[in-house]
Design a binder for this molecule. Structure first.
Ligand SMILES: [Cu+2]
Length: 168
């Protein structure tokens, strides 16, 4: 009787150890996988009012807007080149709409957008926006566009921009 108990005991320890071993293998694999694809997450930017504009069916460009708040005690700089999945668009940049000789045009904000400590910058129609070029498919209401913003300090921030039909 005692022998059987001992055997059971050893068996359960073995089970425990092997599941622990599996746990570590899975975790190490996950961690190394993360290391390959991950980035330093920005801890100083808060996003709100995030949306993208529904496009017409054959549109090759799209625009998205958001409000960004710098929670930090130092300035931060959002770089113009964000990252977008190639299944969504070939490129995304920060643009600014400008009036020149009564002609409205837009251009890339090549310097990036500086946000002072504890300040908010609004990306709004008629002003700053994220410009998607080379759309693979139109932005459709109900969808959400994923983008990763990059900052000068090397950190990044993934954001979701739900598609809104502004005509409604
Ligand atoms: Cu634009």
């Amino acid at each position: 009787m005692k022998v059987i108990k001992k055997h059971q005991c050893i068996h359960s320890i073995y089970t425990l150890l092997s599941s622990l071993a599996l746990f570590f293998v899975v975790n190490v694999a996950f961690a190394s996988d993360q290391k390959n694809t991950s980035f330093k997450m920005s801890e100083h930017a808060e996003i709100s009012q995030n949306w993208s504009r529904e496009t017409f069916k054959f549109a090759k460009t799209g625009a998205a807007y958001f409000t960004i708040f710098n929670t930090h005690h130092a300035s931060t700089l959002v770089l113009s080149h964000a990252a977008v999945d190639q299944n969504i668009a070939s490129m995304v940049q920060i643009h600014e709409t400008v009036m020149e000789d009564e002609i409205m045009s837009m251009m890339e904000v090549e310097t990036g957008v500086k946000i002072l400590p504890q300040q908010t910058v609004n990306f709004l129609p008629g002003g700053k926006h994220l410009m998607f070029m080379g759309l693979e498919k139109p932005f459709t209401k109900g969808d959400s566009v994923s983008v990763v913003l990059h900052f000068e300090d090397g950190s990044s921030l993934p954001i979701e921009l739900p598609v809104v039909d502004v005509r409604q």
